[in-house]
Ligand binder design. Structure first.
Ligand code: ADP
Length: 399
């Protein structure tokens, strides 16, 4: 069965078509600037070359129509008709406390997702728009929602509750939810598989370090803590997000800079992190790394602060699980950044008996251990594949 995986944002839509039995990628692409002037679609069939086409897309229904056109067209299409797409898997950012697992999208599930909208006002409404557009054009195809928050629903209350008046949880469900769950789940399982060990016997820390970044603690196959919170703003220093700060800073800055809370939050989301720390050099870690090597002081600071924060979370999660067997690095920076991994492991994790294997640490894009055989804790790079994980979940539910 071929499964179309859709990751829909407010003005963009990423898609992949995956053969669920062989797990091979058949084609992938991206619609950008939906509803904005200059919209375009890029499309790459597996083994073929990338095509880009500027074409008006007024809304997400237009975008899905373009996706279907690209997948079925006579020249570079990969399927003859929509009938060769057995199901659609949608990435959904926030499932609140309602979804600890993926779910078949029916009316009841869709209204439960809409009820989570105020927990993720930027993301969930966009996800729903994508789902509705797909349902319109593919009314007979089963659809599944896979939630970023679901994997973290196993956290105990002591980990997900904030030190706030309890009524905020009762009234508004203010608590830690965590994100990147599909990645944390995929990577931790994959690590156990590569090591030939039983997932349920391991204590694993996953560091998902991309533009957005989070760490999770997975004990005996269940997530017990994670660094993102009610929203993806909490935790690590990220590309443009601040991560943890003293909450009182918000009022302080609001007064000093004459900003509203919304404006301060926007600074914390979009102008902070390594972008802000580096004095606006870049949010892209490749640029920060270049600045680091060139001796740019703020780039050095951004890099050191980033690595230090990751190391502190690893330390916290060793305590949370009373030990650790495997630490995994994944996502853009985690998979491709030997310098960041070295800064974290060599500077702060020696007490765990971690010995990096320099040669292995310099490799990229492989599921491998990057520690020497005598290392007491195994450190690995494990490339994430959220789309494949979504396709697997979708297949499991519709089969
Ligand atoms: P997201 O999905 O959150 O946008 P990614 O997982 O794609 O993020 O990660 C993007 C980040 O990965 C960028 O900051 C980018 O600089 C970094 N990255 C990608 N390739 C490399 C590389 N070769 N070396 C260092 N960082 C890299």
């Amino acid at each position: 069965m071929n499964i179309l995986v859709i990751n829909c944002g407010s003005s963009s839509l990423k898609f992949q078509l995956i053969n669920a039995e062989t797990e091979q990628l058949i084609a992938k692409g991206l619609c950008e600037r939906i509803g904005i002037e200059g919209s375009k679609i890029s499309y790459t069939p597996a083994g073929g070359s990338k095509e880009e086409k500027e074409t008006p897309m007024e809304n997400h229904t237009d975008a899905i129509r373009m996706v279907i056109e690209a997948l079925t067209n006579e020249k570079t299409g990969v399927v003859k008709s929509l009938e060769e797409i057995g199901a659609v898997g949608h990435r959904i950012v926030h499932g609140g406390e309602k979804f600890a697992e993926a779910a078949i999208l029916n009316e009841e599930v869709l209204s439960a997702i809409a009820e989570c909208n105020d927990l993720a006002p930027l993301h969930n409404p966009a996800n729903l728009i994508g789902i509705n557009a797909c349902r319109k054009l593919m009314p007979d195809t089963p659809m599944v929602g896979v939630f970023d928050t679901a994997f973290h629903q196993t956290m105990p209350a002591k980990a997900y509750m904030y030190g706030l008046p309890y009524e905020y949880y009762e009234k508004y469900k203010v608590r830690r939810y965590g994100f990147h769950g599909t990645s944390h789940s995929y990577v931790s399982k994959r690590a156990a598989e590569v090591l030939g060990k039983n997932y349920e016997d391991l204590k694993i820390i996953v560091c998902h370090l991309g533009n957005g970044a989070s760490v999770s603690a997975v004990k005996n196959g269940k997530c017990v803590d994670t660094s993102m919170g009610l929203t993806p703003l909490e935790g690590l220093i990220m590309g443009t997000r601040s991560g943890d700060i003293d909450p009182a800073i918000m009022e302080f800055i609001a007064h000093k800079e004459n900003k509203t809370i919304e404006e301060v939050i926007s600074v914390l989301n979009k102008k902070s992190g390594v972008l802000g720390l580096s004095g606006n050099l870049s949010s892209d870690f490749r640029d920060i790394e270049e600045g680091y090597h060139a001796g740019n002081e703020k780039a050095v600071l951004a890099m050191e602060a980033f690595a230090y924060r990751v190391a502190k979370y690893i330390g916290a999660y060793v305590a949370a699980m009373n030990g650790v067997d495997v630490i995994c690095f994944t996502a853009g920076v985690g998979e491709n950044g030997p310098l960041v991994r070295r800064m974290i492991c060599d500077n702060y994790l020696g007490y765990l008996g971690i010995n990096l294997d320099e040669e292995a640490n310099n490799r990229r894009g492989e599921d491998i251990s990057i520690t020497t055989p005598d290392s007491r804790v195994i450190v690995m790079t494990v490339p994430t594949n959220e789309e494949l994980a979504i396709a697997r979940e979708t297949y499991r539910l519709v089969r």
